[in-house]
Write a protein that binds this ligand. Structure first.
Ligand code: C5P
Length: 235
C-alpha cells in the first residue's frame, strides 16, 4: 500500500510543543522538536493527502522539510489555547486527525504584563500558580466528525515495555482515540532525536504496528494503520 492511498484525504497534523507565557519574555515549554509530526505531514502528503500542519514552536530547520510543499499548509501556533482553537477549526474539514504535538498540561494563572524583575521581588523566589489546560484531544474526540479517524500520541518515561503498553492502554481508554502511538521518552530518548521506537495501539488496545526507525519510517507505519482504519470506516 502507501503510494497514493491517501489521495484527496484531508489530514490535520499537530506537531511541536506548546508554550505557556510567564511574562513577555519567559515561558514554560517542553522539549518536543516537532520532527515526528513533521515527518507524518510529509509522509501523508507523499501519499496524496491534503495536509494542514499546526506547528507549535518548531524550528525553521525542522519545518524546512515541508515548506514549499503545495499539499501542506503550515499554520504556526504558540500556546495551548491557540492550538486548541485552530485544531478545532481545522478538524472540521479533516478526515484524519493526528495529534502529535506535546501539549502543556498546565498554564500560568496570572501572566505578568511586564517582565518580572528580580529587584522587584522583595519576598525572594516567586511562586508560579498553574491552572489546568483543556485536553484538546479529548475534546476533538467529543466533537468528532462523521467517519473521522483520530490518532493520539503518548510519550512516557517508563522502566519496561510492559509498563509502556499498560500506560498506553490506559491512555487509550481515557482519550477514546482510534489509534494511539506510544513511545518511551527520557533524557536522551524520543524527543529531539532523529529516530523513534513506537508501538501503535488500536481502540481495543491491540498492537497494530511496532516500528523502530527513522521518524519517517514511523510515520509511514502509522499511516498504514490509519489507512486500515479508513478502510473500516468506509465499509
Ligand atoms: O495525557 P498525555 O499528555 O500524555 O496525552 C498525549 C496526547 O494527548 C497527545 O496526542 C497530545 O497531543 C494530547 N494532548 C492534548 N491536550 C492536552 C494534553 C495532551 O490534546 N492538554
Amino acid at each position: 500500500r502507501a503510494e497514493g492511498d491517501l489521495a484527496g484525504v484531508r489530514v490535520l497534523v499537530t506537531a511541536g510543543g506548546t508554550r505557556e507565557p510567564i511574562d513577555p519574555v519567559r515561558y514554560l515549554g517542553n522539549r518536543s522538536s516537532g520532527k515526528q509530526g513533521v515527518a507524518i505531514a510529509a509522509a501523508a502528503a507523499d501519499r496524496g493527502a491534503e495536509v494542514v500542519l499546526l506547528a507549535a514552536n518548531i524550528d525553521g530547520a525542522v519545518l524546512a522539510e515541508v515548506t514549499g510543499d503545495p499539499a501542506i499548509r503550515v499554520v504556526p501556533v504558540n500556546t495551548t489555547a491557540e492550538l486548541d482553537s485552530t485544531a478545532h477549526a481545522a478538524a472540521k474539514g479533516a478526515r484524519v486527525v493526528v495529534m502529535a504535538a506535546a501539549v502543556a498540561d498546565y498554564r500560568v494563572a496570572d501572566v505578568a504584563d511586564q517582565k518580572m524583575r528580580k529587584e522587584d521581588l522583595t519576598g525572594g523566589a516567586p511562586t508560579l500558580t498553574l491552572v489546568e489546560n483543556p485536553d484538546i484531544l479529548v475534546s476533538l474526540v467529543r466533537d468528532r466528525q462523521d467517519d473521522q479517524v483520530i490518532v493520539g500520541f503518548a510519550a512516557e518515561t517508563v522502566d519496561s515495555e510492559d509498563e509502556l503498553l499498560e500506560r498506553g492502554r490506559r491512555k487509550l481508554a481515557r482519550k477514546g482515540v482510534d489509534l494511539l502511538a506510544v513511545n518511551a521518552v527520557g533524557w536522551s530518548e524520543g524527543f529531539e532525536s532523529a529516530d523513534n521506537d513506537v508501538r501503535v495501539l488500536n481502540f481495543d488496545g491491540d498492537i497494530v504496528a511496532a516500528v523502530a526507525g527513522s521518524k519517517r519510517e514511523v510515520a509511514d507505519a502509522l499511516l498504514d494503520a490509519v489507512g486500515d482504519e479508513l478502510d473500516q470506516t468506509e465499509s
